[in-house]
Design a protein around this ligand. Sequence first.
Ligand SMILES: Cc1cc2nc3c(=O)[nH]c(=O)nc-3n(C[C@H](O)[C@H](O)[C@H](O)COP(=O)(O)OP(=O)(O)OC[C@H]3O[C@@H](n4cnc5c(N)ncnc54)[C@H](O)[C@@H]3O)c2cc1C
Length: 430
Amino acid sequence: MIANEPPVIANSLWTATANMSAPHPPLTGSLETEVAIIGGGFTGLSAALHLAERGIACVVLEAETPGWGASGRNGGQVNPGLHPDPEEITTRFGADMGGRMLRLSGTAGQLVFDLVARYGIDCDARPVGWLRGAHDAAGLRDLHHKAAQWQRLGAAVEPLDAAGIADLSGSAAYRGGLIDHRGGNLHPLNYALGLAAAAVRAGAAIHGHSRVLRIEADGSTHILTTTGGSLRARRVLICTNAYTDAFAPGLARTVVPVRSVQVATEPLPPEVLAGILPGEHALSDTRRLLLYYRRDAAGRFIMGGRGAYGAAATRTRMKALRQVSAKLYPQLDGVRWTHAWGGFVAVTTDHFPHLDRLGKGIMAGLGYNGRGVAMATAMGRVMADWASGTPEVGLDFPVTDPRPIPFHGLRRLGVAATVAKYRLLDALGL
Ligand SMILES: Cc1cc2nc3c(=O)[nH]c(=O)nc-3n(C[C@H](O)[C@H](O)[C@H](O)COP(=O)(O)OP(=O)(O)OC[C@H]3O[C@@H](n4cnc5c(N)ncnc54)[C@H](O)[C@@H]3O)c2cc1C
């Protein structure tokens, strides 16, 4: 079970099948380092690993344990690219910065699989590609347009017709789709735990149960006060994404935390499993309220989708995910579902991740819009570049000032209303 979470979202398959990991004792007393990293998910752990590889002293402060946030709970889909299309990226950011962002995000999956190989991380990594299925004609046009844009950039992304996606998914539900050969899937919590172990071996320090309560400037350094101690650092990286709390209220208002939930079966017998994603791909569809699903290494089927804020509504969403699974794969009718859990995705209003400067010597990376397995790993490396001296203009992602969302306190209501509208439109096929 995920510690310190309501039961309705705590029964995580990934926690139940996590590798043993070394303890990360809380920070006590006063410590000094070059770079302080707040948050021990993919962003913070990748930043720590890349800094430690360069011999730069760094300390990760994590409120719970490494991988506790979205990084240890997600679908484990290694999805290259950003939410917006390549053309939109170059139009908006220009050929130079747009090109850098496309290279960074397009190779982010490769970065993940390279780190897994380099550090021998035991996380069932499968670089088999990422499938996307079009549930209607508009979705098909969109996916084929995306595939064509990436192909023009030389990326290994192929459009699929209805027969092609049916072969790879084992379901006749799609009009067509694409396969992005740069992606794949893995066990997300074991990937996070492996990154943490690699960072510690490389020289980083990680303190669990060390929630940062405040950051204060002191000359050219910053003092971070935690529940048990304090840390002085020259630079600070904020990597708390959708879980950003009271220590950085302005930053928390730049993203909307949206709940996503997953349900998983028991390991399925080979005759049931044979027709489901036979190449062990993960798949995301084009519904407004996206469904994403896959198998795990033990042959369980895992379905994910949009959750809700309240417990009863969350249970209803989980039930709907079980029902839609049996519609896609009738052989799942009657199987036993053993796990159900969820967490927060950080959504931005422009659908781009943000790399925000928060005063001198403090940088935040967040807002992956549900695409953080690969991109948070890549962003962590960009943040390590900045903390090791690369000027802002030399980074592979544009640095911005935080842009708080107006009426942020009301966003939950807005999300709930939008979800209801999208569910209706998806149901009507519009
Ligand atoms: C259910 C679900 C499914 C998803 N599926 C996918 C998927 O299949 N593919 C994909 O690419 N992305 C997916 N995502 C998104 C992806 O998981 C995230 O984008 C990514 O994990 C973000 O990593 P992070 O390190 O930035 O943040 P997190 O992993 O959320 O880590 C933030 C950490 O900060 C800590 N923290 C917060 N406040 C403090 C404080 N004051 N002091 C110290 N520590 C603090 C938290 O405890 C937390 O551990 C999914 C997300 C969810 C929730």
